[in-house]
Ligand binder design. Structure first.
Ligand code: DGY
Length: 320
């Protein structure tokens, strides 16, 4: 079985594939054009797919009928038409669990950075404006006992809630497609409607899998209903928020601030005015960027393909 890996991943995954007798191809240069990527896909049986820039849509599956399986090097699978993959009996592996701690750490980091105005203060230091001690300047807000609203209480949302509960004794509310009674018990969390979530959260953190119908769900009509002290955190997918509306809400101080590990569009343009705001902290999609998580993802993606090559079900599959 010939495996096309579009970008280098931690060696452990590549070793596992080779040890299992699979033929692995990684192109020498990594920033493939769409045409180069497609031509490599056409000449392989399975793909270990890194990054979200290439779309596995109906056109892709029609052009590459030889592709038998895809192992994503990500937990998110919004760049794959899962229905079409199902229709063609193509399993699509993903990498849940192994990155939940790392990604929720970034949400937690952003929450604190925005609450304590880290970007603003960092800029002051860099520009030589440390300033004198001022009892009234650069004041942040404390998170103790505040309400954390989780949009999407899956694995990553659970980890974010757990940390916030332990560190700041936060009151956890959440909104999901389905109620999660087990997590509710462990976190003393309360299931609320979407309207309640946005109205009651002091910190609103998105952890759901992105679906096309949720495109820019977080827009002016939502930001207007949030609290003035609210912190908006998005470490899931940039498509969840309308960035111009978010900019307006932040510039007009309708909400306190925002922490983004994902942007809309992604990557963000360096001219995007949101980067000029002092109540925003933006990171370049580094949620899973730890040695531990990335090794775990490499192992899991390899395990998925090895299982497939033996005619077994992938251990972690995005297809229902
Ligand atoms: C994921 O695993 O979905 C991360 O966002 C990296 O793409």
């Amino acid at each position: 079985m010939k495996v096309f890996v579009n970008k280098r991943i931690p060696e452990i995954g590549i070793h596992m594939l080779k040890d299992a007798g699979l033929e692995v191809f990684i192109p020498e240069h990594e920033n493939l054009s769409q045409d180069e990527w497609l031509s490599y896909c056409k000449s392989h049986d399975v793909i270990l797919s890194v990054g979200g820039e290439f779309k596995y849509d109906k056109d892709f599956f029609a052009e590459c009928p030889n592709i038998k399986a895809i192992a994503l090097y990500s937990v998110g699978f919004d760049h794959v038409d899962i229905q079409e993959a199902n229709h063609r009996h193509i399993p699509v592996g993903n990498t849940p669990d192994v990155l939940s701690k790392a990604t929720s750490d970034v949400a937690f980091l952003l929450m604190q950075s925005v609450a304590r105005r880290a970007s603003y203060n960092f800029e002051k230091v860099k520009s030589g404006n440390w300033g004198d001690f001022d009892p009234l300047h650069a004041l942040g807000q404390e998170l103790y006992g505040k309400t954390l609203g989780i949009f999407g209480l899956g694995r990553i949302g659970f980890e974010m809630a757990k940390k916030s509960l332990k560190a700041f004794d936060m009151n956890i509310i959440y909104h999901n497609r389905h109620q999660n009674t087990e997590a509710e018990e462990e976190l003393n969390a309360t299931y609320v409607s979407f309207e309640e979530l946005i109205a009651q959260s002091d910190v609103l953190s998105i952890h759901a899998n992105f679906r096309p119908e949720q495109k820019e769900l977080f827009n002016t009509s939502v930001f207007e209903k949030m609290k003035e002290n609210a912190i908006f955190i998005n470490t899931a997918r940039g498509g969840f928020h309308n960035q111009k509306d978010l900019y307006n809400a932040l510039a007009e101080k309708k909400i306190w601030g925002a922490g983004l590990d994902v942007t809309n569009p992604e990557p963000i343009f360096k001219e995007d005015p949101i980067l000029e705001l002092s109540n925003v902290c933006v990171l370049p999609h580094i949620g899973s960027a730890t040695i531990e998580a990335r090794n775990g993802m490499a192992k899991l993606a390899a395990e998925n393909l090895i299982a497939f090559s033996k005619g077994e079900k992938m251990p972690t599959c995005a297809n229902p």
